[in-house]
Design a binder for this molecule. Structure first.
Ligand code: PEP
Length: 247
């Protein structure tokens, strides 16, 4: 049985009281069932939200793989770990595109996260021009090969993968059921080839990209889609919880 997960990426949104209120609403209205919920708030709210001791895990959107040093403005992997963080987004397309994070650098971040017992939620996904050329599967599997292909079995089983086609993020244009299932099945096929049949079968693969309360159930019904990474719709407690109940 694979873990079902719905994760909210709050990006650079919400003031402190709004973040606390949103967390409390989600946490109090969530009835633990078989779906795990994660939220990724702006870094400055992480400690306060962890201190709520809720059932919803609180992760970070970013960290630097070095332990410490002259990296003005950055927050190190050991600093986030020492705050009790257990999950981190790695490889989100906004970090890849706006902050020029390369596959090599993402590989370092994934290694650092695993060393500190932090689960990396590894994002991958193609831009529109790659899909239009019908090269999306090769593009995404290359991203995976260069970021997680080197991991040992004991490490890959601790990772979560999120497929997020860049053309669907924040655009209101979601992948069709066929497009999502095709890519998720291809990712799982790659995982099985790389790490073995059993390992590939148990890794959670989330879909992200304009997933909302109206389309989540049909996406989550795809055999290889194990949940969602949600941006815009995670900023509203009712929508986020409706998505979590869409399995
Ligand atoms: C995201 O940024 O990870 C995302 C999926 O955003 P949205 O749901 O807003 O498309």
């Amino acid at each position: 049985m694979r873990k079902k997960i719905v994760a909210g990426n709050w990006k650079m949104n919400l003031l402190p009281e709004e973040a606390l209120e949103l967390y409390r609403q989600i946490d109090s209205d969530y009835c633990a069932d078989d779906c795990e919920l994660l939220v990724f708030p702006p870094i400055m709210y992480v400690r306060d939200l962890i201190a709520q001791h809720g059932q919803i895990s609180v992760g970070v959107q970013n960290f630097h793989p070095e332990e410490s040093g002259a990296y003005t403005g950055e927050i190190s992997v050991s600093q986030v770990s020492s705050c009790g963080v257990k999950h981190a987004l790695v490889g989100h397309s906004e970090r890849r595109m706006i902050f020029n994070e390369s596959n090599d650098f993402l590989k370092e971040k994934i290694n650092a996260a695993l060393t500190h017992d932090i689960v990396p939620l590894v994002c991958c996904g193609e831009p529109l021009e790659i899909r239009d050329m019908d090269s999306h599967v090769a593009y995404v599997t290359n991203q995976l090969a260069e970021t997680i292909g080197h991991l040992a079995e004991s490490e890959i089983v601790r990772c979560i993968i999120a497929y997020e086609p860049i053309w669907a993020i924040g655009t209101g244009r979601t992948a069709s059921i066929d497009q999502a299932q095709e890519m998720h099945a291809s990712i799982r096929y790659w995982l099985k080839n790389q790490f073995g049949e059993q390992v590939g079968a148990i890794i959670t693969i989330l879909y992200g990209g304009s997933c909302n309360a109206s389309n989540a159930s049909e996406l989550f019904a795809c055999p290889d889609v194990d949940g969602g990474l949600i941006g815009g719709a995670s900023l509203d407690a009712a929508s986020f919880l409706k998505i979590a109940r869409s399995f």
